[in-house]
Design a protein around this ligand. Structure first.
Ligand SMILES: [Zn+2]
Ligand SMILES: [Zn+2]
Length: 69
């Protein structure tokens, strides 16, 4: 059975990534503008690390706030 290649779909907006540059985070691919903290909407395209929990992306600050609750 042929497997459809879906690797180029952005994990944020679910549309195909045709940009030359994209981000690879939490084993998924993102448009540069789509990788942002789901809490404070901070753009994470300049962050070295980002954090994911339950499918949501968090910046470091919000992630640690979240896990410390
Ligand atoms: Zn996107
Ligand atoms: Zn945040």
């Amino acid at each position: 059975m042929l497997k459809e290649v879906v690797e180029e779909d952005c994990a944020g907006c679910h549309s195909r990534i045709t940009d030359r540059f994209y981000l690879l985070a939490v084993d998924r691919q993102w448009h540069l503008g789509c990788l942002q903290c789901s809490e404070c909407k901070l753009s994470l395209d300049t962050e070295v690390t980002c954090y994911s929990r339950h499918g949501n992306i968090y910046c470091k600050h919000d992630y640690y706030r979240y896990v410390s609750l």
